[in-house]
Design a binder for this molecule. Structure first.
Ligand SMILES: NC(=O)c1ccc[n+]([C@@H]2O[C@H](COP(=O)([O-])OP(=O)(O)OC[C@H]3O[C@@H](n4cnc5c(N)ncnc54)[C@H](OP(=O)(O)O)[C@@H]3O)[C@@H](O)[C@H]2O)c1
Length: 387
């Protein structure tokens, strides 16, 4: 084990017995502050910071927004002023010790005389990872790591997954009837779920860097796939279509609006004229050796474009194939109290499916929320070796 790793492992144990109710309350506050940056931080992490005295009195607060070029710690330290000396900093992610777009936050904390830093976890970004804590400790600042780690992990799940894998965090979202259908036998699919579920779907779009569908959905539904949450977002939502044979119409809503919001089409051996036509309308066409069908390659390519998170909105073929790859992190089903029926009406998930019940995919950390007359069931895919 090298020195850095040894010191990092030690930090996880450090603070376990030291946290008080005040610590928990203020770290919760730092997480609430961090969440204010949703939609405004990608490709950075959500970060919140509280500077407080030993009795829990708050001297300063801040959260990170990419465009403002100031980190959460800087805002909180500015507010705290001289009172930061001897105070505790509650930071929702390890402060960075390197020169990036901003000077190191560890320098600012040390210079202000903060005596203790509490954080839930390390930042897996290789430029930061553990070095922030090492720097703080090297100057005598007490560092405790691990407080509310699960909550902090969930809050930054997209960024943390991307930093660990260089692939986007993948969230599969589907709207179904009670009997698991995503359309009628004639292809009528608008709308299975009610207004509240659809509003929630736009809020989900707001949280993601890209949205992905298959060519089938592009043809049948002719969707716009824009973020209509009404909230200001930092990066445009990239609309991704998997279309091996370039079936997408140049008159489709996606292509018509390609100059307003980016459209990326993954294709295979499609005709050069069809590619040129789409490109002339502002669509970016990615041709790859796997004919735009291999999810590992597709997500690697999106990762290279610094797309940290993808919301997959179907349909059944894409959902089925994608679930088989094991690349899905999170799943949301919006279930409407409708019974569509009919053997020919498509169900939500295609592909081969499970042979036996023990092979069925299982969700964990499931949350069930009423959305008007519908239910939203959201959870994380349990990996096979956790079962
Ligand atoms: N209720 C919902 O939540 C929801 C959401 C979306 C869609 N829908 C409904 O679903 C229906 C469309 O379903 P669908 O299965 O035809 O649509 P789809 O999954 O969106 O598209 C399937 C097509 O995507 C292309 N594709 C490219 N890479 C693929 C890969 N790795 N795996 C699978 N397909 C890949 C294939 O076309 P190429 O072979 O030409 O590349 C395939 O035919 C529509 O009726 C729509 O309304 C419902």
């Amino acid at each position: 084990m090298n020195n850095l790793v040894q010191q990092t492992v030690a930090t996880v144990k450090d603070g376990v017995d030291e946290w008080t109710e005040i610590d928990r309350r203020l770290m919760r506050r730092a997480l609430v502050l961090a969440a204010k940056g949703v939609g405004q931080v990608s490709p950075g992490p959500l970060v919140g910071c509280v500077i407080a005295g030993a009795d829990g009195e708050v001297f300063g607060e801040g959260f990170y927004v990419y465009e403002q070029l100031k980190h959460a710690e800087t805002y909180a330290l500015e507010q705290a002023g001289a009172r930061a000396k001897g105070a505790t900093a509650y930071v929702s992610l390890e402060p960075h010790a390197h020169h990036g777009r901003t000077p190191p936050c560890t320098d600012a904390l040390i210079k202000a005389g903060v005596s203790r830093v509490i954080a839930p976890s390390e930042d897996p970004n290789p430029k930061v990872s553990g070095q922030g804590f090492v720097h703080l400790r090297s100057t005598g600042v007490k560092v405790s790591v691990g407080l509310l780690a699960r909550d902090a992990e969930k809050l930054n799940e997209k960024y943390l997954h991307f930093m660990r894998t260089q692939r986007p965090f993948v969230h599969l979202k589907l709207a179904t009837s009670l009997d698991g259908k995503i359309a009628t036998r004639t292809g009528d699919s608008r709308w299975i779920t009610g207004a509240e579920s659809r509003q929630r779907a736009h809020e989900l779009r707001y949280e993601y860097d890209a949205i992905l569908i298959g060519a089938g959905t592009a043809l049948v539904d002719d969707p716009l796939l824009t973020d209509r949450s009404g909230k200001l977002r930092r990066r445009a939502l990239v609309r991704v279509v998997l279309d091996e044979t370039l079936k997408i119409s140049s008159e489709s809503n996606l292509v018509r609006t390609a100059n307003e919001a980016p459209v990326l089409v993954f294709t295979g051996d499609a005709a050069a004229t069809a590619i040129t036509d789409l490109e002339s309308r502002g669509v970016e066409v990615v041709r790859d050796a796997a004919n735009g069908r291999d999810f590992h390659l597709i997500f690697e390519e999106l990762g290279r474009r610094s797309i940290q998170s993808v919301l997959v909105e179907g349909g059944a073929s894409v959902a089925g194939k994608l679930l088989e790859t094991g690349l899905v992190n999170k799943v949301s089903f919006f279930i409407a109290p409708l019974i569509i029926g009919g053997g020919a009406a498509p169900t939500a998930v295609g592909g081969n499916g499970a042979e036996r019940l023990v092979d069925a995919l299982e969700l964990q950390d499931v949350e069930i929320t009423q959305r008007g007359r519908d239910l939203e069931v959201t959870g994380y895919l349990r990996s096979r070796n956790e079962r």
